[in-house]
Write a protein that binds this ligand. Structure first.
Ligand SMILES: [Zn+2]
Ligand SMILES: [Zn+2]
Length: 164
């Protein structure tokens, strides 16, 4: 469940939208994100940190990153690497009908578990593709006023779309 933001550019009429939060197929999204990290999509440093951390986890929710400098934005994941506080307990954790040991992997880790049972080992920063500056997570207010990716015009989102 999350809230989406929907835009129609007042200048060039381009339509765009963002869906921050947990996607519909979260476990799949989670597995895909880990695969991308281990394949090096987010760079070698992150790949190494991931591969050298037993039961490494990430926050696979959708996040909108925005550049303070030029206002450009993108939807991506916070792929900072987390490690479990108690790795020895992970194999016994239950996911549905099976334990992690039986699945052979951790099916997914939610943000709330990252906060309570994990700690960060490698932080990842997203950089603006236009000006190279470090981006930050968009605030609610920024989410409602994302600029048009085509012409850069600042627009206000239509009423939020609810989705699940
Ligand atoms: Zn536009
Ligand atoms: Zn920028």
């Amino acid at each position: 469940m999350g809230q989406g933001y929907d835009y129609t550019c007042k200048k060039c009429k381009h339509k765009y939208s963002v869906f921050p939060g947990m996607g519909m197929l979260f476990p799949e999204q989670y597995r895909n994100t880990l695969a991308e990290i281990s394949e090096g999509k987010y760079g070698k440093e992150l790949q190494d940190a991931f591969n050298s951390t037993p039961y490494a986890a990430v926050d696979a929710e959708n996040v909108v990153y925005i550049c303070k400098e030029c206002g450009s934005w993108k939807q991506d994941k916070d792929v900072s690497i987390y490690a479990p506080n108690d790795p020895a307990s992970i194999p016994q954790k239950e996911y549905g009908i099976k334990t992690v040991a039986e699945w052979g992997y951790v099916p997914y880790v939610m943000r709330i578990d990252l906060d309570t049972e994990y700690h960060i080992v490698k932080r990842y920063y997203h950089h603006c593709s236009k000006c190279g500056k470090r981006m930050h997570k968009a605030s609610d207010n920024e989410l409602k006023n994302l600029q048009c990716p085509k012409c850069g015009c600042k627009n206000q989102s239509n009423a939020g779309i609810m989705w699940d």
